[in-house]
Ligand binder design. Structure first.
Ligand SMILES: [Mn+2]
Length: 280
């Protein structure tokens, strides 16, 4: 039995199917964890979700920022943008099933027996695993509540607070958690989140000394317990992450690059080429 992770599919159904074929995925034996952003921008979101549903219980996904945006659109909180290609889901008989699936996706997935952790954007560098678990659980509880979820989704499009403060409670705290789990890329040395930049040079430094979040996370997260961490979200990084226990999996399929899988058991990567959606 093998455990695979697949990066951000973004509605790229054909590449997803090809990749499952390439890794010889067997839903009766293997397990699959997706890094979120299952839909959004890509050409075939409904078919992608159908494929995921077909896999049944062997598949899990964490929530990505595009998945959250779809939820906000579904609940009438934000308007669908043409470039996100969500209308086709809104008009699909699978709409409610897709919404229900996403409302039950965690922000943080922990595979206990394999010591594997998966999130869309990463783990905020000031958090250890225990803190991350607590924050994720609290937000998932809000998303399952029919009233509270609307308040959260209505107030999630905001960059503040941009640094963790345990003294802050309620909406601002949940929003920070959502942003950290689903939108984080570069941070300042004091772990303030930056949302404007995503480009890094070969030494993984951006302008103003911004650095990838994972450059600051090692000491707290890994020394005591040897977790492996997998994340997506950051296509511009192009899987360039040289940390021993962290794997980056968004290889920009939606931007015309490739869709990638990683096998936990032997640390192997697999990719299929995008058929080219960069113009969308
Ligand atoms: Mn994303």
């Amino acid at each position: 039995m093998a455990t695979y992770c697949i990066g951000d599919i973004h509605g790229c159904h054909d590449e997803f199917v090809k990749l499952l074929h390439l890794i010889n995925f067997d839903e009766s034996k293997d397990e699959l964890i997706l890094t979120g952003d299952l839909i959004g921008r890509g050409p075939l979101p409904v078919e992608t979700m159908q494929e995921i549903f077909k896999l049944g219980k062997c598949v899990t996904s964490v929530l990505g920022n595009h998945d959250l945006n779809f939820l906000a659109v579904h609940f009438g909180i934000s308007k669908p943008r043409a470039k996100d290609n969500l209308e086709v889901i809104l008009n699909s008989p699978l709409r409610e099933r897709i919404v229900d699936f996403m409302l039950h996706c965690p922000l943080l997935y922990i595979h206990d027996s394999k010591q594997l952790v998966v999130t869309h954007a990463g783990i905020y560098p000031l958090w250890d695993i225990k803190r991350a678990k607590k924050e994720a659980k609290e937000i998932s509880k809000i998303l399952k509540d029919p009233i509270q979820r609307l308040v959260l989704l209505r107030n999630m499009y905001n960059d503040q607070p941009d640094i963790y403060n345990p003294a802050i409670d309620g909406l601002a705290r949940w929003r920070f958690g959502l942003n950290a789990f689903t939108r984080m890329r570069l941070v300042y040395q004091d772990c303030t989140l930056d949302y404007k930049n995503s480009a890094v040079n070969p030494d993984l430094v951006a302008k103003d000394g911004l650095i990838p979040w994972f450059k600051l996370s090692q000491p707290m997260f890994y020394k005591k317990r040897p977790y492996k961490l997998v994340f997506g979200h950051w296509a511009a990084l192009n899987a360039k992450c040289d940390e021993i226990d962290i794997r980056a999996l968004d290889t920009g399929c939606i931007w015309g690059d490739r869709l990638s899988a990683w096998r936990f058991d032997d640390d192997k990567f697999f990719s299929v080429k995008s058929v080219g959606y960069a113009q969308i």
